[in-house]
Design a protein around this ligand. Sequence first.
Ligand SMILES: *[C@@H]1O[C@H](CO)[C@@H](O)[C@H](O)[C@H]1NC(C)=O
Ligand SMILES: *[C@@H]1O[C@H](CO)[C@@H](O)[C@H](O)[C@H]1NC(C)=O
Length: 169
Amino acid sequence: MKTLHLLSFCLLMVANETRKFEDCELFYKLRDLGLDGFRGIDVKQYVCMAGFPANYNTEYYETEEGVPHYGLFHLSGQEWCFNERRPSQNKCNISCDYLLDDDIADDVRCLKKVITEKGLEYWTHYQVNCSRGALSILHLSCSYFLEYQSWFKNLVLYGKKKEVHIHFN
Ligand SMILES: *[C@@H]1O[C@H](CO)[C@@H](O)[C@H](O)[C@H]1NC(C)=O
Ligand SMILES: *[C@@H]1O[C@H](CO)[C@@H](O)[C@H](O)[C@H]1NC(C)=O
């Protein structure tokens, strides 16, 4: 019985894992989850939406005019997800808790639904943060990030080759 309790405790711990992304990490992750060009919207726009006000933090939670908002994309607990404490339309058929954990595939599924139904207007509050200028800075830094990563990988490979070389001498 004790083991069982411990096990369910561990499961709970895993289920409650949250995380903070780096902006470019999220850029590639969201691209992989099919958001690049979804409904004609550039992936940069989606990354920027996760930056404000969630600051790329999956556990972001905020109450706005009495309505709770959850996760990276501050989705409303009155309309999109279900939190057991208040009536909700629960249009994404998901518990709000799942919008706070480190698995963002379900967040993205819900986000796609919001975009399809409401478009970017749902996030009017934060459009000032995602101006053209902010988006191109994001794009530049993430392209640079990719280049830097491959440069770094080459350096590591080069280092390894050197090591082998020295070893055999
Ligand atoms: C971006 O959003 C934050 C809220 O998260 C706000 O405080 C800030 O003034 C905004 N910045 C710009 C440049 O609009
Ligand atoms: C909602 O999700 C549950 C499982 O979490 C599923 O059994 C049910 O069929 C879903 N309902 C709709 C309308 O998709």
